[in-house]
Write a protein that binds this ligand. Structure first.
Ligand code: F6R
Length: 614
């Protein structure tokens, strides 16, 4: 999704902005641009394609020295108008006085545009953003107000979700940031300020940040930062300290972030559990939940909402909450929960799962749950993100920054947190200490078991090569591994562009089986668990119809080799924990196939890391 970056200070803005855009590349985008305030006017450079193409384009202009210490920049993920140089941000207002970058959507831009057209404003792009630039110019000129006031007055007329960054050439010492829905962070340096969609472009410059809340405007003027609301109320600055280290944002010798993040899973699983597992007591410590003991005890049901991978991890969690805590649980698309009249009561707990903490659909679901007076819990990886701040109580994944668009280490951490939460809620109810201890002990082995799977990465690479020419794939699993199968299919399709369907294995004979032939292989998750015999039958049914099968099976299972065409072994563990291990070889499989097919693995086409629009 779009990314915004801004700099105002004593350094040259251009290199800071370009580096910032590179840091935001992981979010997914189709064009990039920069505007610099130099010698009283804006220089705007923008290009369809990668940030590297923008840099090349600027380099070819042979500019000896960028004088400006003020600038804004953008990576665009097209919503209004095709990806093109013309539609790329930044956008200038008609008289060139104002420049803006924008993440999100201005819903009523057409009606505003109509009014501006009548006033003879001209538009060079198809974007909603250019409309906002001209609206701000119009207000600034007619009301004769400062740029921050013009932005505020303009936003009173605007509906939608957005984060914007605005400069005016008449006020070279001012930068204005505002947001509703989409994220914006201000970094405070020594005599300089950084603005970005998330903290990744800021980490290398300063650890002091202010996360803007919805309907807030940050005004950086003459070296000072002030915050007010769109309704003109002054707010106190809440400065937070960033924990992210710069090394965490680099590839560290791996060819892709996705592979690095897959290989980080032993460590991310360790970090997810660190200081939280109390084996002796058969309990879990979640600092963020401590204040809510009474409410958590009285929960009678749970609704989990999430999107994409996070929703699939929720499907694993659903089984865990019912088995360990005996709490009826359902999993919904956040987007649906936000708009349908979900029937809930005061004893229905709400869990939002989100790696980025910025997914617009999930954030909307949290708002709706709060409106319904539900206790809202968040399972979020990015500290200080919008969802983390919106929920009543939360559990951070501590999986570390995830840069590749395809979620890997955050997803295994999500499953782990949900199982830990099921133990936590279970211990408030009927779950015995002995059973909890058994699970917790086994959980602590997971990082080592994940390491064992990663040691076999080369075997999975060979398998990926063998299957890389197929155009279709089924991923099948039962019970805890039904959600895992869906996740495996999503991983393959998003990275390799191979059509893949993830379904509960039992569903196969109710229709999908008709698709099976020798060119339509299936990956079946079939560990030695309560569903093993059923999974075996599923494999036989596929084989009987000429289909090829890769089985993900428990180490030591020789029998499966005689049924399936290929086998990927995962170590033996408790049934409830198998999906965490099953995720890993499927991630590697998707990764290696995508590499084999020559795809841009970290930034698959058409996708964005942080989906901040509905
Ligand atoms: C797939 C993937 C997406 C996200 C989904 C939700 O690999 O990453 O499906 O899981 O967009 O994102 P978050 O977890 O940030 O809310």
């Amino acid at each position: 999704m779009c990314g915004i970056v801004g700099y105002i200070g004593k350094k040259q803005a251009y290199p800071v902005l370009i580096k910032g855009l590179e840091r935001l590349e992981y979010r997914g985008y189709d064009s990039a641009g920069v505007a610099l305030l130099e010698n009283g006017a804006f220089s705007v450079y923008k290009k369809k394609g990668k940030v590297a193409e923008l840099s090349k384009f600027v380099k070819n202009k042979n500019i000896k020295n960028f004088s400006g210490g003020v600038g804004i920049a953008h990576t665009r993920w097209a919503t209004h108008g095709i990806p093109s140089d013309r539609n790329a941000h930044p956008h200038l207002s008609n008289n060139g006085d104002i420049v803006i970058v924008h993440n999100g959507i201005i819903e009523n831009y057409l009606s505003i545009k109509k009014v501006l057209l009548k006033k003879n404003y001209k538009f060079k792009s198809d974007t909603d953003t250019e409309v906002l630039a001209n609206l701000i110019e119009d207000i600034k000129n007619n009301a004769k107000v400062s740029i921050d006031e013009a932005v505020r007055l303009a936003l009173l007329q605007v509906t939608g979700a957005y984060a914007i960054l605005v400069l005016s050439k008449d006020e070279p010492n001012t930068m204005v940031v505002a947001k509703i829905g989409s994220p914006a962070v201000v970094g405070i340096g020594k005599g300089e300020f950084f603005v970005a969609s998330d903290a990744t472009p800021i980490v290398e410059h300063t650890k002091k940040v202010v996360y803007l809340e919805d309907r807030e405007i940050a005004i950086i003027k003459n070296g000072k930062l002030r915050i007010k609301t769109i309704d003109n109320k002054i707010k106190n600055l809440y400065v937070q300290k960033l924990e992210t280290k710069i090394e965490e944002l680099e590839k560290n010798g791996f060819p892709h972030f996705m592979l690095k993040e897959i290989f980080e899973q032993p460590e991310s699983l360790r970090n997810t559990m660190r200081g939280r597992i109390l084996v002796d007591k058969g309990g879990i410590k979640f600092g963020g939940l401590e204040k809510f003991g009474k409410e958590l005890r009285s929960l009678k049901s749970l609704t989990i909402t999430a999107m994409g991978t996070a929703r699939f991890t929720g499907l694993v969690g659903e089984y865990a909450f019912e088995e360990l805590a005996k709490i009826p649980t359902k999993v919904e698309y956040s987007s649906e929960f936000a708009y349908r009249d979900a029937s809930v009561d005061i004893n229905t707990g709400f869990i939002a799962i989100s790696q980025s903490g910025e997914t617009a659909d999930t954030l909307n679901a949290v708002k709706e749950a709060k409106r319904k007076n539900m206790l809202t819990l968040g399972v979020v990886n990015v500290i200080g993100s919008s969802i983390a701040r919106a929920v009543d109580a939360g559990i951070y994944n501590h999986a570390g920054p995830e840069t590749a668009v395809a979620s890997t280490k955050a997803s295994t951490s999500q499953v782990l947190i949900l199982i830990m939460l099921a133990v936590y809620l279970g211990r408030m109810r009927d779950l015995s200490k002995a059973k909890a201890q058994e699970i917790l002990k086994e959980m602590q082995r997971l990082p080592n078991l994940a390491e064992k799977i990663l040691k076999n990465a080369n075997e999975i690479k060979k398998l990926a090569k063998k299957y890389s020419k197929n155009n279709n794939f089924f991923f099948l699993g039962r019970k805890y591994n039904a959600g895992a199968a869906m996740e495996g299919a999503l991983k393959l399709k998003e990275c390799s562009y191979i059509h893949a369907e993830g379904i509960n294995a039992t569903e196969l004979k109710h229709g999908p089986l008709s698709l099976i032939d020798k060119n339509f292989p299936s990956l079946v998750i079939a560990p030695n668990d309560s569903m093993y015999e059923k999974s075996k039958t599923g494999i036989q049914e596929i084989k009987a119809r000429g289909g090829r099968v890769i089985a993900v099976a428990t180490e030591g299972n020789r029998e499966i080799k005689t049924i399936a065409d290929d086998v990927i072994y995962i170590p033996k563990t408790l049934e409830i924990l198998t999906p965490i291990l099953a995720f890993i070889p499927m991630q590697l499989f998707a990764y290696y196939i995508a590499v084999e097919r020559g795809n841009d693995v970290d930034k698959p086409r058409n996708l964005a890391k942080s989906v901040t629009v509905e």
